[in-house]
Design a protein around this ligand. Sequence first.
Ligand code: CP
Length: 306
Amino acid sequence: MPLSSKHLLGLYSMPVEDINLILDTAVTFKEILERPIKKVPTLKGITVVNLFFENSTRTRLSFELAEKRLSADTLNFSKVGSSVQKGETFKDTVRNICSMKVDMIVIRHESPGAPQYLTRITDAKVINAGDGRHEHPTQALLDIFSIKEKLGKVEGLRVCIVGDIAHSRVALSNIFALTKLGAKVSVCGPKTMIPLFIENFGVKVYHNINKAIAENDVLNVLRIQLEREAGGSIPALREYREYFGINNERIEKNNPNVLILHPGPINRGVELSSEVADGPYQIILDQVTNGVAVRMAILYLLGTQN
Ligand code: CP
């Protein structure tokens, strides 16, 4: 069964059947990744370029590994060190790369809508690896895969996204997909970090972290995005940690069964204490492991359809 689109631009408009197809396919790839020989010939002859205009560790390496595990030919582009720094435009950069006969593009860009724009100027299949504050669909899919793997389901679970919702593409993609899958989604943070009218997406709003911990099965904790001017939304990081930081004491007092996720990178000692980041309540590195399987599933489903 193919996906309904030849691109993966976001989860807002993705049918729930497509989300389930990706999650189910990722289970198969996770099994392959646990074998002694982790490589399959599925995308032999397909060329994928990872086009990263913004910094990344997890997403970029995870895509590159997923492509290699599927036997695709992989090219890596970073804005730093490229001719963009000599003044070449985004459009010229992409058109030059596509002239090398690229089949798929994985793009991270600071501008919301950059992946959509790419679909208008190339024939390649496009995967959004994070566009500004808009969406980070593959992160949300790997978060949901990890929740499902750990708790056995998503439907009916109470999932709270904590932190800097206003500057987060991970929050939006999670909200769109989790609500489609029947989870009860909420957000928690200071008023300055919660977008107005977010309730219109069907989410509950908390401003009290203890209550959010007590009333939810899962907390997906976000990083304070200092590079997106989030620092202006709170008086001080110390104050954020005091009111919203998650530590063992808060978890043990309010809900020792809560499951903690974090997309990374972590600001240790701000949104999560180190004891939580490395402790028994979290599955942060499982998320990273699962990211390879989920991205293999997406590359396979898009790469093998017409
Ligand atoms: N979670 C995530 O997108 O991390 P990177 O910025 O390191 O890719």
